[in-house]
Design a protein around this ligand. Structure first.
Ligand SMILES: NC(=O)c1ccc[n+]([C@@H]2O[C@H](COP(=O)([O-])OP(=O)(O)OC[C@H]3O[C@@H](n4cnc5c(N)ncnc54)[C@H](OP(=O)(O)O)[C@@H]3O)[C@@H](O)[C@H]2O)c1
Length: 252
């Protein structure tokens, strides 16, 4: 049985805690949160502390706090020579303080606190300095996911950059669309089947094969009409840049 302490109970901390808690090979023995938190009923048996000196003895400590806080926070941990990992896509493993053994446990997915996800298909990118720690992280990852891979800090940075395009930027496009529809009192719900099919399509086609739309077809009148509809909207520039990028890819 692997004993785990989770440090931070935000989007990823709460999701990881839930997944690991439900694994028969892992025992989540404690959650540290700098502010007091109330656990959901199904996790009530886990001990919680906001006092860093009360952190319990464990096999792995998972830091699940914002990127910029990881290094300083890891230096405040009151123990040595334990395996301490973070969950970030972009922070190097070396950011973790020297006094402990370092590692990374990065689930490549988007997480929101009150939206629990199924970890079984989520790629978990692991890294450690020592082989024994790598093995331990593999075991931890495989207790919740079928897809655990060793990824270096350098490659993880590239993966994270690509992930920002497919998730953060695409989601911002949803937000723009919702805003545009609101102006005309139209319901964003109408776009949901299109969003689902866009994601579904790339299971069988490459993104290049899946591309459609006025920019790819070079339907200049339709593009002009859209720009006219956008009037002075701040989204006009985004539309122009995306249209130019698609045209460059397919028409030049
Ligand atoms: N969210 C995602 O989709 C996602 C996906 C993959 C990887 N990650 C990585 O996971 C890590 C956490 O992201 P998140 O989205 O879960 O963040 P988050 O929801 O903002 O959660 C942050 C947690 O860290 C605590 N915290 C903030 N600053 C702290 C500090 N200086 N010292 C101690 N605790 C602090 C917060 O406590 P309070 O509530 O008291 O402020 C909260 O419990 C990041 O490294 C991120 O890159 C996130």
């Amino acid at each position: 049985m692997l004993h785990v302490v989770i440090l931070g109970f935000g989007n990823i901390g709460s999701n990881l805690c839930n997944a690991l808690y439900n694994s028969s090979q892992v025992s989540v023995i404690q959650i540290f949160s700098r502010n007091l938190i109330t656990l959901p009923n199904n996790l009530k048996s886990i001990s919680v502390t906001s006092n860093i000196s009360e952190i319990k003895e464990a096999d792995v400590y998972i830091i699940a706090i914002p990127d910029d806080a990881i290094a300083d926070f890891s230096a405040t941990l009151p123990f040595n020579d334990k395996l301490v990992v973070h969950t970030s896509g972009s922070v190097p493993m070396q950011a973790i303080d020297e006094k402990n053994r370092k590692g990374v446990f990065y689930p490549l997915q988007t997480f929101t606190k009150n939206n629990l996800v199924d970890f079984s298909e989520i790629p978990i990118c692991i890294e450690a300095e020592e082989q024994t720690d790598l093995k331990l992280l593999k075991k931890l990852g495989e207790s919740i996911s079928k897809n655990v891979t060793e990824v270096s800090s350098e490659d993880r940075k590239t993966l994270h950059l690509a992930a920002v395009f497919v998730n953060n930027f695409v989601n911002h496009m949803y937000h723009i669309s919702e805003d545009i529809l609101k102006e005309s009192n139209l319901d964003f719900k109408l776009l949901k089947p299109l969003i689902a099919e866009t994601a579904n399509k790339i299971k069988g086609l490459s993104p290049e094969q899946a591309q459609t739309g006025p920019a790819k077809r070079n339907d200049l009148k339709t593009i002009e009409n859209h720009l006219h509809l956008l009037k002075d909207s701040p989204y006009k520039e985004v539309y122009k840049q995306m249209t130019e990028a698609i045209k460059k890819e397919y028409l030049e």
